[in-house]
Structures are given as C-alpha cells and as structure tokens.
Design a protein around this ligand. Sequence first.
Ligand code: HEC
Length: 504
Amino acid sequence: MKMRLLALLPAALLLAACNKEAPTEPAKPAAETAPEPEVAIAGIKPVDVPAGFGYPGNRDEFQAWADTWQIDNITTAAWNLWAGMTSNSGQSWNGTELPVWDTWCGNEEVFTAKGCVTLERPARAFQKPSQIGHTALRAGKALPSDTQVVSFNKFNPAMANYLGSQHAGPGNANYSYVAMQDLANLNAAWPAETPISARKVEETPYQPDNGGTEGFTAIETKPVIFVVKATGLTPMPLWMGPQQSTTPANATPETWFNCVLLDPAGAADPGTAPVPATPAQIAQIVPGSTMACKNYLYAPLATIYNFKMDAAEAADWNALAPNSGDGGQGLTAAEGDFGVLGGMHVNSKAIVNWTWQTFWWQPGADAPDNFPGSKQGMTDNVAGAWRNYAMCTAWNQTKGNASKDMVVCFNPFLETSSGIPAGQTSNCMSCHGTATAGSPLSGSPLSLPTLSYPAAYTQPIDFNNDPRYATFTRTDFSWAIPSNAFAPPAAPATPAAPASEATR
Ligand code: HEC
C-alpha cells in the first residue's frame, strides 16, 4: 500500500504538516470563512504532542535524572510522554479517533522522495520489524522462524522534518540521510584526522520551550500490531514473563501460555479487568488460531487500542503474512476486522542519547517480578485503554553513570526473537548506539554497511570513543536511517561504458 499525496491541498498546509515551527492553523482558502473542525480537513495532518504533558522536557533536568538514576522521575516523565502521544488528536479515520502518534508519517513517507505531508490515511505500512532479521541478513542466513510480529515505524513532525532535510557535512557538501548513497558518501568524506566522536550525522532536533512558544523534539515509534477478528473471540497473547512460554530463552508472543480472548461485542469500558474465560467463551475462539495459549482470560476489545481495518489494510496484512509472519496468530484479515496494538517502542531526543521507553499490553496484573517493567508509577493523565500498557525505560545504559549495573529493558513482543542476540537482557540505548552507516555500498541489491548489534549487554558502550566507530558514521541512535535509506536507482541497462567512465 502506498500513501498518496493530496495534490489539491494548499502548499502551506503541506509544509505546516511537517514543521512544528510553522503556524499550527493551516492556511485556509480565501473563500472559506467559518473555522472548520480539524476532522473536516481532507486527510490526516501529522500533529505533535500537545502542551500539558511535559513535552519536550527540560534537557538538563532529564539528563541529571539519567546520570544519577532518578528512576521515579524518569518513570513519571515517560508516562507523561505516553499520555501526550496517546491523547486524542481530534482527527479520526474509518471510525477510529486517532491518538496523536497515529497521525504521524511512516517509512513510506519519510524514506521516499514524497516526504512527510498530509496523509490520505494513517501510515500503517505493515512490515516485519527489520531489526529482527538484521543479524541473519548480515550473516547471509535465513530469517529466524520465530520472527513473526508485524510492525512499522512512525516519526513525529520534528523527526520527519529532520529526515526530509538536507544536512551540511564534510567536504562542503550537503547530505540526505534518507538516501543510501549520501550516507555512504558522508562516511567516506570524513577527513582522516576526524575524531571518532565527530563521525556522526547532525543531531536530531531538540528545541526547549521558550516563553510562550512550545518546544519540540524528535520522537520515533515502532508499534506492533495484531489482528482481532470482527466476530468470535480472538486470543491475544498476554506477557507473564519468559517462564510462561514454551521457549523461555526466546519467549516470542506466539509461545506464551496466557492469552486474553478479545471480544469486539464486549463492554465498551476500557477499564474492564480481564477475567478467567468460561468454557462457553473458549468454545467461541476464532478458527485457525495457532498460538501456544493454554490459560485463557476474557476481556472486551475496548481494553486495547484498536482500529478497524479497511479493505486495503486487510489486503496488506494478508500479503505480509505468508512471507514474513503475522505474530504467529495464523489468522487472515478481512475488511472490518481490527488491528490492535500489542506494544510500542518510543524514543525521544529530549536528552542527547535519547530517552528510551517501551510499552506493551498488560491488562490486569503485572508480570511476575515486574519483568521487564510494569504499570507502576503510571500518571493520572494516561487515559482509557492506554492505561492497560506496562512500561520499562532505559534512559542510561547503566543504573546511573556511577553504576556498573546494566539496565535491562526490552519489549516482550519484539526483543524476544532469536533474531536479536541476548534480546531478553538487552537495553535500547546500547543497541541503538551501534546504529551506523559505513561505506562503500555493496552487494545486490545494494546495501549499506553497518556495525553489528551488541552480542551481549554486559558493559556500556562508549559512544564517543569506541574504536569500532572509527570507520563508520553514527546515525544519532536511529536504526531507521541505515535500515530504510533508499538505494540509488538501478543503473540503466546500457552497453559497456567507455573505459574512462568505467574507471571513474
Ligand atoms: C538488538 C538491537 C535493538 C534493540 C535492543 C532495540 N532496538 Fe529499536 N530498533 C532496532 C533496529 C535495527 C531498528 C530499525 C528497524 C527499521 O527501521 O526497519 C529499530 C527500530 C526502532 C524504532 C523505530 C525508529 C528507529 O530508530 O529505527 C524505535 C522507536 C525503537 N527501535 C526503539 C527501541 C526501544 C525503545 C528499545 C528498547 C526497549 C529498542 N528499540 C531496542 C534495533 C534494536
């Protein structure tokens, strides 16, 4: 599915969509006098986290919390960010009110020439999370078979704007960070004397509040989606720790023993606690579901963020399932079925090494030992179904700069795959700190060299001095950049070039 640009929209609106500094009210055609509600604007306008949620945050204060491991303050700030990005955007699509994050552009906009503009439909290009296949692909091996969840990336207006811009770099040149060749050129252009710490892309944006002007900062997200059938009861895997899995060392969602039967015809109250399912309910499980569930709870669909799939989304889903996966659910989607949010990674450039937090659906009791996180410390401003998500954070690699104790924070829906080395002991910052672009491009199709993921998480990485960075360019912790940058157009099929061309 490709997102389409609305050719009729005024240029000012298109620009405003990706630029927080532009006026928030789009320019209206002269003939239009009465103010229109947001929903009347054709298309979805990417909006940023609104005021009142502590966004973008005070960098010095946040950095001090990360440095000295003030985990209570970190937890509060992370829940506030969750509350803000899940708050109602005032826009809706196909009957679903869109949370702020679901108005954001995805890879299909920011990593193409199209750029992030007003969307015709939410950017939900389902794909297999490429981090899971990354190690296998680099080693030339087949993808691990327990790699099945469906996800996509989204970028808030500040990050989309950054990715859509040209950036000055060595050799008096400008570089696009969404083009493979530019990234490789950038890496090749560093003068020999460049210190390792300077071999990096321009910092992604952070602009603090200034008097009455609200600030902004880059945010990236990676939502994980499952499908719930419109009729019958669909099992949704419920994380209860790695021991509650057929494969504790790689406890991917389809191996979990505990499942919640989600009922689209159930109560509308997202605060409804899951209860043990009755035999009659278990008898209504949708046919074909293939997960390892053996303990069943029951809850209404309203307890999880859900959106109705239209025909195009259902077709996308079904096209993806056979060649990559569907979370191990074994179901096909049809128009009118629901996409539901199992989990979601979130990072923000509020501090230089980014704040890292991840959320996963955890209605009712928290997982044993609150591993790797819980709903504890949730702030009152988190509303509705969003209150049913647990969280862990990794604002530092260790529990404060003075500690040798590594932070463990991963998303049970994502980092449990065997495609991620030591995923269940991982933390976000260390792995994203290895996000790099190298040179030259090689292979067919062409690909960009990058560093490998950390093999283990036993000690922090020195992002400014680690010698492994000496031949790479760090991409400001964004794996999306080297993973999704587009390849140069294929060379035209011409007869052998003259020697002078070929050796250039
Ligand atoms: C083993 C390495 C690894 C770990 C651990 C990891 N990630 Fe990622 N993550 C990746 C890769 C690779 C991608 C790129 C996927 C793509 O864009 O196709 C990615 C994508 C993302 C994205 C989308 C934007 C981007 O930068 O690519 C976000 C947001 C994100 N991860 C956050 C997190 C958070 C939060 C955690 C910790 C809870 C985490 N990640 C743990 C490797 C990792």
